[in-house]
Design a protein around this ligand. Sequence first.
Ligand SMILES: O=C(CO)[C@@H](O)[C@H](O)[C@H](O)CO
Ligand SMILES: [Mn+2]
Length: 289
Amino acid sequence: MKHGIYYSYWEHEWSAKFGPYVEKVAKLGFDIIEVAAHHINEYSEADLAAIKQSAKDNGIILTAGIGPSKTKNLSSPDADVRKAGKAFFEQTLTNVAKLDIKTIGGALHSYWPVDYSKPVDKEGDRARGVEGIHGIADFANDLGINLCIEVLNRFENHVLNTAAEGVAFVTEVGKPNVKVMLDTFHMNIEEDSFGEAIRTAGPLLGHFHTGESNRRVPGVGRMPWHEIGLALREINYTGAVVMEPFVKTGGTIGSDIRVWRDLTNGADEAKMDEDARNALAFSRFVLGG
Ligand SMILES: O=C(CO)[C@@H](O)[C@H](O)[C@H](O)CO
Ligand SMILES: [Mn+2]
């Protein structure tokens, strides 16, 4: 098991440059940095090459996260949007591969966060989502990338809210590089049992996000970490465990994640780093790796 952190912990915008964080997370002792793929198509070849080299020099693996915008939604009822989504993913995956990234996770099958001022067509969106993911899976596979479909809570997405729904979706897609992704923050809202949800995903679990129920770093709240760690060991999970803390107000990240109060307790960057380091030690101990 390898442990990582989403660099957006320190940032306010998904567009924030992630290059400088490679060395920072290495110094904190992480194995992985997760980067936002939303704006990767704006990086130059030279930028990507430099980040790849920096990852190599620092012994860091990169993974990618993405919440596709409404205009790139693979499950849209509008065929032009689905087409734009496919083109966007092909370009994004091509650039992601330049960083040797083997895992991209998020609401790849839909868009995020969902606009609930419009009527919801869960069945239709799900069917188009299966088709959309099926349509980009081989492209990703040729680049050596796994597509990890994130199960989200009801307030952020309607298509997949439970591990069982994630498994049914991924099974229907039926491609070896399309996997289920779970996140303890979302599970805490939707699942009857953390252990059971992880066992339900079993060998299909491709990526795992962690955070407390208020999205603070693992180890400071009331998440049942021992139960989660036992279940991950039971299914012999050897993939990435990426903590995804969101604690700062402001910017697009603050508003997309609905952070309306300072969850850092006024921490400066040094204290934020220390919190991350402590959360990593806690995660290695309780979850393994
Ligand atoms: O859990 C979430 C959102 O609540 C994320 O994984 C998100 O989809 C991604 O971070 C967007 O970049
Ligand atoms: Mn997540």
